[in-house]
Design a protein around this ligand. Structure first.
Ligand SMILES: NC(=O)c1ccc[n+]([C@@H]2O[C@H](COP(=O)([O-])OP(=O)(O)OC[C@H]3O[C@@H](n4cnc5c(N)ncnc54)[C@H](OP(=O)(O)O)[C@@H]3O)[C@@H](O)[C@H]2O)c1
Length: 336
């Protein structure tokens, strides 16, 4: 059993605690630190969390095995390095960082200090997305040719002007850091590294600082192509469709944390002119947050790596960096 401290008790920090507290044989939150403790005292008491003065106090506490970061994006990499130096395993919410060099530095610090780093890409624990991975691995879909994704919702309207979610230093490229990085992570897990992006991003609905309409074309190292859109001034939705040389598979819904259906449609090569009906498979409900935290705790207990230097979580930040470069130059950008 890993004893963890939650850092940042805002919306998502509280959600992460609730997903496992008292229900997991692998991880238990025992302590917390947050910028404004008064806002979270009742929550901490209800969930049996010792409220510590600050992050430094958490890192100095010998009863804390791991820290879970649910803080603004610009804080992640320095907090990860500090955790590694203190010998604590660390699970950081996405994105791992805002530039590839800092993300790599954070992953390297964890590797150097022998602590496990996890990054909050909970979609990887969705049964429907895992099923697409199996359809690729066993050859059912054939060669992956193209991927299409979007992740949209009314985030731009949810936060008041001046909130960190409207600071382009925290959330560059519109919905990319809040939403798009999840789709990129899913694409990386299904189609491998991305080598080139062409992106555009605009403020069309509201001028609170961040863009609300962002889209990009992707070229994967495998030769596959893709495109991704994120609109954060519209109604909630997400979708990922993978096109293979034998057919396609699609997941998506209004609510991204509770998507259980997978639709597939395959070619019949003996009857190529016959349009095949799609098949829908429904998976059992699960908590992707609990799954990701338990996997992290198990890897930490076994001192095994999760997010490694040069791995997908770092590459995801390099893709974000290339997207920003492409938006700025209005040209395609190579991913470093
Ligand atoms: N995986 C997912 O599906 C998912 C979903 C949502 C969010 N997230 C991620 O979770 C992380 C936290 O997001 P959130 O929605 O929980 O944000 P939030 O509600 O604004 O909470 C942020 C927390 O960090 C604290 N904080 C510390 N320093 C801060 C600073 N300088 N400025 C603002 N807040 C500061 C806040 O303290 P106060 O109490 O003083 O505000 C608050 O406790 C982000 O990385 C986000 O991308 C992931």
């Amino acid at each position: 059993m890993i004893g963890a401290a939650i850092i940042g008790l805002g919306t998502w920090g509280q959600n992460l605690v609730r997903s496992v507290q008292g229900a997991s044989p692998h991880i238990q939150f025992t302590a917390a630190a947050t910028r404004t403790p008064d806002k979270a005292r009742d929550f901490a008491q209800t969930h049996g969390l010792r409220m510590l003065a600050d992050y430094e106090a958490v890192l100095a506490d010998p009863d804390v095995d791991a820290v879970v970061l649910a803080t603004p994006h610009s804080m992640h990499t320095d907090q990860i390095v500090a955790a590694a130096q203190a010998g604590k395993h660390v699970f950081s919410e996405k994105p791992l960082g805002l530039d590839a060099a800092s993300a790599q530095r954070a992953a390297q610090a964890c590797a150097d200090h022998g602590v496990t780093l996890g990054v909050g890409y909970n979609w990887r624990y969705q049964p429907a997305l895992q099923a697409i991975r199996r359809l690729i691995d066993d050859g059912t879909l054939g060669r992956v040719l193209h991927l299409e994704g979007n992740f949209c919702g009314p985030s731009a309207y949810r936060f008041p002007k001046g909130h960190w979610r409207h600071d382009t230093g925290e959330v560059p490229a519109g919905g990319m850091t809040g939403r798009g990085v999840h789709v990129i992570d899913a694409m990386l897990s299904l189609a491998g590294p991305i080598e080139q992006v062409t992106a555009q991003s605009f403020r069309l609905a509201q001028d609170f600082g961040v863009d609300d309409t962002t889209s990009m074309l992707l070229r994967f190292a495998s030769g596959a192509t893709g495109y991704l859109g994120t609109v954060i001034a519209t109604a909630e939705t997400w979708r990922l469709q993978v096109f293979g040389s034998n057919g396609w598979a699609e997941v998506g819904d209004v609510e991204h944390l509770t998507t259980w259906d997978l639709t597939t449609c395959l070619i019949d090569r003996d009857n190529i002119t016959v349009k095949q009906p799609p098949k829908v498979q429904t998976f059992a409900k699960t908590s992707t947050e609990r799954a990701e935290l338990e996997h992290f705790a198990q890897q930490a207990a076994a001192r095994q790596t999760l997010a490694a230097p040069g791995g997908d979580a770092v590459h995801n930040v390099a893709v974000l960096e290339a997207i920003l470069q492409s938006i700025a130059t209005q040209q395609s950008a190579r991913v470093s």
